[in-house]
Design a protein around this ligand. Structure first.
Ligand SMILES: [Zn+2]
Length: 510
């Protein structure tokens, strides 16, 4: 049959694997079924081996049905899968010289239109192209949004949504289904939300992709979150801390016990800060055991035991944290605290000789403390476990290739109480826009921090359940400076702009 084919045996069939394609040969003929089916690798979406190795599946882009080969043995099935994946990636590399780097917006828009208009539409090629371009754009998310008669493709870069192109509704639907198949979701599951994951190997980079498919009245809306380890900042120095704040933060994380709580809206970089903190602890003392409980695990950290929450099987934050504590780690990161049970276990751990990192949703640093009390924790537990609250936001940074020095207008900062004299030595800049930053004038993001070490006076106020305003006042006294102050330092250094600060922080209440 196919030249150079190697053969894997299954129950009642043989799978022939050759560099130029795949064939399945049935040993017994059935009426209405051909004895042999052959396909090229460009039709193969995914290959999967059952955990026990007794079954192998070859999943195709619609409309070909999945091949299920039963009765295999594990080593043979794994070998077959790996050689198919190898051939598939070779075929893919030949087929997609589709921009090895970030494409120019017009070229990309044109390419998407062209592939959609082909007869038949190049569905699989489009799916690969969109994923690859999302990665090359440094995007954190890829969105395929049906709007009725078309599907709009957008990526989120540095927190901003950028439109890459548009596909006719029919093609968009098939590209969405194709991505769902690649992520092992069922593309014909009906109107239910689904999640799936896959790994994209793009020119030597391995990017983890989590997909969510949500049915809407216009069709399935697909969101893919991209976790690119090569873009992750695991260096505390590179996150954006001011030097004095970094020193204070390092002091807090070098303690053997206590609880450090991050707060900020989603997408404000809290996980990156916790990851960078754990990476630093691994580097300074590799003998210390470190565990995490996360939802999901966004990045594999060397030297850290990471556990993922799995709600359907009953492994919620509280249950996962309990089982992690049995292994007696010294340092623990809990992705998020939002229920009493998790809060109680976590704070007890912080009281009994563990260093704990976590996040709590709250409007401010002091708000974190009242939130913990509102969850039902005893004041003495909160007062004696929490050592520091860290409020964090991300601001876009000016493109170093095109930013231009500017003079801020005399009254520009009066409303913040900053006089022209305070601004002596400032080197404020404005965005211009060039090819390197896609015309926006901004490239990359940097974090701004407010650190609130929990002081004795704050502990007292917590114990006496003093009103929120008093905690706010005490926390402002203890703080290294609020988010505005941290942001203005970056404006002064020409790293970001006042407009960007206003859009992230809103107008300050003063
Ligand atoms: Zn630029």
């Amino acid at each position: 049959m196919i030249g150079n084919a190697e053969v894997m045996h299954g129950q009642g069939c043989e799978l022939h694997i050759a560099p130029e394609g795949l064939a399945i040969k049935f040993l017994a003929t059935l009426p209405g079924r051909p004895a042999l089916e052959a396909v090229g690798y460009e039709e193969v979406a995914a290959v999967d081996v059952a955990p026990n190795g007794r079954q192998l599946q070859v999943i195709f882009y619609a409309p070909r049905e999945t091949w299920v080969i039963k009765g295999t043995n594990r080593p043979e099935a794994l070998w077959a899968r790996d050689s198919m994946l190898r051939h598939m990636s070779r075929v893919k590399a030949r087929r997609t010289p589709l921009f090895e780097a970030k494409a120019e917006p017009d070229d990309l828009r044109e390419k998407i239109t062209e592939l959609s208009a082909a007869d038949p539409p190049q569905v699989a090629v489009l799916a690969d192209l969109l994923l690859a371009q999302a990665i090359h754009h440094g995007a954190t998310d890829l969105h395929l949004q049906p709007t009725g008669n078309s599907t709009v493709v957008r990526v989120r870069v540095d927190g901003q949504l950028i439109t890459l192109g548009e596909m006719p509704a029919g093609t968009g639907e098939r590209v969405t289904a194709c991505l769902q198949v690649m992520a092992r979701m069922r593309s014909f599951a009906g109107p239910v939300a689904q999640t799936g994951r896959m790994r994209v190997d793009d020119y030597g980079r391995h990017v983890d992709v989590r997909l969510t498919a949500l049915p809407t009245t216009d069709g399935v809306r697909l969101t893919a979150r991209l976790f690119d380890p090569s873009r992750a900042l695991l260096d505390l120095e590179a996150l954006g801390f001011a030097p004095d704040a970094l020193a204070a933060y390092r002091e807090a994380i070098s303690q053997p016990r206590g609880c450090i709580i991050m707060t900020g809206p989603s997408g404000s970089g809290k996980t990156s800060t916790m990851y960078a903190s754990l990476a630093e602890l691994v580097a300074t003392d590799p003998s210390r055991s470190i565990s995490t409980v996360e939802e999901p695990v966004e990045l594999n950290l060397p030297g850290v035991d990471q556990t993922e929450v799995n709600r359907p099987s009953g492994m919620d934050f509280a249950a996962a944290l309990r089982s992690v504590l049995r292994q007696d780690p010294r340092v623990i990161m809990v992705g998020e605290i939002r229920d009493m049970e998790t809060a109680e276990i976590a704070m007890q751990a912080a009281l009994t000789g563990h260093l704990l990192f976590t996040t709590v949703h709250a409007p401010s640093g002091a708000g974190v403390l009242t939130r913990l009390l509102d969850l039902g924790l005893e004041p003495y537990v909160v007062a004696s476990s929490v050592t520091m609250v860290v409020a964090q936001r991300l601001v876009r940074t000016l493109c170093p290739d095109c930013r231009q020095a500017c003079e801020l207008a005399a009254d520009e900062l009066e409303w913040l109480g900053i006089t022209p004299m305070d601004r002596e030595g400032w080197e404020a800049c404005l965005p211009t826009g060039c090819s390197k930053c896609g015309g926006s004038g901004y490239r990359g993001r940097s974090a701004i921090f407010e650190l609130v070490p929990v002081t004795d006076r704050m502990r007292e106020a917590i114990m006496q359940r003093r009103p929120m305003q008093e905690l706010e006042r005490l926390s402002a006294e203890a703080s290294t400076g609020d988010l505005w102050r941290a942001g203005l330092a970056k404006v002064a250094a020409g790293v970001t702009t006042l407009d960007e600060l206003r859009s992230v922080l809103g107008t300050p209440a003063r």
